[in-house]
Design a binder for this molecule. Sequence first.
Ligand SMILES: [Zn+2]
Length: 333
Amino acid sequence: MSISVLPLVCDGVASLFRGQATRLSALIFHRVFPVQDPFYPSEVYAEKFDELLSILVRRFNVLPLGEAIALWRDGRLPPRALVITFDDGYADNFTVAYPILRKHGVEAAFFIASGYLDGGVMFNDLVIESLRRTQLDEIDLEWLGLGRVNIADLPRRRSVTNEVLLKVKYLSLQAREEALARLISETQVDRPVDLMMSSEQLRALRDGGMEIGGHTMNHPILAVLDDQAAENEVVLNRAHLTQILGEPPRFFAYPNGKPGVDYLARDVRIIRRAGYEAAFTTSRGSIGKESDRFELPRFTPWERTSTRFSLRLAQNFLHVNAQQLTPPVMGAI
Ligand SMILES: [Zn+2]
């Protein structure tokens, strides 16, 4: 679908939103590549992000997160209210997305898995980057039960990457570390050290008016952790961000974020106790009076064609009862 159709579709979507003044849509982004990535052609890249933002700011009230939450709690949201959020803390959020956000006058929120700042890399990215960057056409993955694999062309490389991700995902933490070290050695690549933001970049984002939020230390599935480990992930992340920024983060996003699968009612209690004002899931839907302040739904704009994106945004907006584990606690502190 050509981009010229997008404004028309967006107008249609915006008209659906009329009379729904009290709802807020929250979008989730992860990486924003500088140019279209041949390994991930459907992922967001600078030009696409720029185009998307120029349309969103014309047709929606794109608000800073703190302001949007305050207005929602007071029942004073403007029509077509929308916030933009990023998860994890990728360096391209600073180098690529931030200048584009500034150009459009948008203040976004960034939820940071702070254990990976300053040179860290999440396990899934380590798998992806090793196989993406390797110069080899064939590698030995017999030790993962995948045999000797040909990765000479992109489709094969992508499918091997997915197979390795599936294998590695279900290993114990220690076995996973060993597998990742072996993969790095088999692919003969250097461990990436610049994939995530530095503390300095994070401070610069904050100083530029962006909201920085919590996302745990190590991006675990909170639901599978015992009580103490889950609490540590949240509390240490909050302390770490406080130390970097000189003030505690106000908002949190659950890693992966599916209610009952990735986080439990216990984790909602941990977030409230930790001192957060509100928290986000990845449940689909928009935020309204019925929403729980600690389980606010967000929408992942995976659809890369403009029309499908707009239609999905509309569907998401009209989906008013997002899945949540606990009853609403809008007014309570
Ligand atoms: Zn995440």
